[in-house]
Design a protein around this ligand. Structure first.
Ligand SMILES: *Cc1c(COP(=O)(O)O)cnc(C)c1O
Length: 429
């Protein structure tokens, strides 16, 4: 197949994320990828600023991970997890229990982030049901969040940016506290927590859990909020007997500068969702970690089991490459790498706030965000980035990057320079 034929067939027959079948947006065919570079079929190479949506933290085609996949494929690619177990699932669980905040002790494997969020929400409902509090089955969250694309995930995504309008009447209606305004590096402002405090105080009798992204909100707005907000949220959840679900699908595994973003606030959730970087971007896999007390409550009450079991639960290929990826991360100098990416992003994006079309710039860990005043025009901005040899995929008013941790300073500087140039070019258009 020629590149033209490939793209033509794709356009005619394949859906892409959030796409229209009539899309005229640019589409590029990838041949391979190595390190921080994506190679297109036409031979062009792009420096990847997206880590394939947070996941490819070690870069593409990492020899350790590729070898692990090949080795595991020769042993066992898949086997059902009902009544059977295997070393990759056990070794990965052992590692996850060890490195996640302390009381988290139980692992449920799922196949994608959205399913993990759904599973955590089901656990919270079953927890309250088993505790003899069946009226506590609704959820509280904060605005500007993103938790995935299946129904209950959508129901806790930001109601404006999300899909509440279209799916009204189908989506359950939950409680939304104002988004945290006090930024990560700002001085703490006590009034920031008041909306949350009011909602939980008034509604705790109906609430089984709060779900939020700790510290760094991802696709709902790319905002970084104050650790004190999260500390107070934890305390209020304890006070009112509401479980805390931390969705660290985007932030987990070092991205925010801590292994898990909850550590910025020194708190631990009752349920923790992991995904994205879990396998280093090699396979789809997610996990929910739960405290033993949550697990015991669910298992001790009616119906005595947790009601979920995916066909591909704990896929051995995914578990073994996840174990290798997490171990690779732990054995690396990831903290130093993240902090040098953080300073590289800060320095490289420093010219952006001067541009009239830029609303703000923020950096936390290996995440850099340029918020524009207006929604970007994808037809123009996407080819502009590709022509400069970088892969950056903006959405709405946000141009953002979260590069693989192995990105060298020269490549990072090419990436941030391209962003500054594209932002400047937008101004003159
Ligand atoms: C990506 C993401 C999800 C959904 O994960 P999928 O694997 O895309 O289903 C959920 N929560 C957060 C915070 C995410 O970033």
């Amino acid at each position: 197949m020629t590149a033209e034929e490939l793209l033509a067939f794709d356009r005619r027959h394949i859906w892409h994320p959030y796409s229209s079948i009539n899309s005229t947006l640019p589409l590029y065919a990838v041949e391979s990828a190595e390190g921080v570079r994506i190679r297109l079929v036409d031979g062009r190479e792009l420096i990847d600023g997206m880590a394939s949506w947070w996941s490819v933290i070690h870069g593409y085609n990492h020899p350790v991970l590729t070898e692990k996949l090949q080795e595991q494929a020769g042993l066992l690619s898949h086997v059902m997890f009902g009544g059977l177990t295997h070393e990759p699932a056990v070794e990965l669980a052992r590692l996850l229990v060890e490195i996640t905040p302390d009381p988290l002790d139980l692992v449920f494997y799922a196949d994608s982030g959205s399913v993990a969020v759904e599973v955590a929400m089901k656990m919270a409902i079953q927890y309250c049901f088993a505790a003899g509090k069946p009226d506590k089955k609704r959820f509280l969250t904060v605005r500007s969040g993103y938790h995935g694309d299946v129904f209950h995930c959508m129901a806790v995504c930001d109601p404006v940016g999300g899909m509440h309008q279209i799916f009204k009447g189908v989506l359950p209606e939950y409680f939304f506290a104002d988004r945290p305004e006090c930024a990560f590096h700002d001085d703490w402002d006590e009034s920031d927590i008041s909306s949350f405090k009011k909602l939980i105080t008034e509604n705790h009798g109906r609430l089984c859990a709060l779900i939020l992204e700790p510290i760094a909100q991802g696709a709902g707005g790319m905002r970084f909020y104050h650790p004190e907000y999260l500390r107070q949220v934890r305390a209020l959840c304890d006070q009112y007997d509401v479980l805390l679900i931390a969705d660290e699908i985007a932030t987990g595994f070092g991205r925010s500068g801590k292994l898990f973003a909850c550590e910025h606030a020194g708190i631990s959730p009752d349920l923790l969702c992991l995904g994205k970087a879990l396998t280093g971007g090699c396979m789809t896999l997610a996990a929910v970690l739960a405290t033993r007390s949550v697990g015991e409550m669910i298992s001790g009450g009616e119906p005595g089991v947790f009601m979920h079991g995916p066909t591909f639960m704990a896929n051995p290929l995914a578990c073994s490459v996840a174990h290798a990826s997490v171990q690779l991360l732990l054995d690396s100098n990831w903290k130093q790498r993240i902090s040098s990416i953080e300073s590289g992003l800060r320095q490289g994006l420093a010219p952006c706030p001067e541009f009239e079309n830029v609303a703000g710039v923020r950096v936390l860990g290996a995440i850099g965000v340029v918020e524009m005043k207006d929604v970007v025009v994808m037809e123009e901005i996407q080819p502009a980035f590709v022509e400069k040899g970088v892969w950056v995929r903006p959405f709405g008013r946000l141009i953002y990057v979260m590069p693989p941790y192995c990105m060298a300073q020269e490549d990072l500087s090419l990436l941030t320079t391209a962003i500054c140039e594209v932002v400047a070019e937008q101004l003159s258009q």
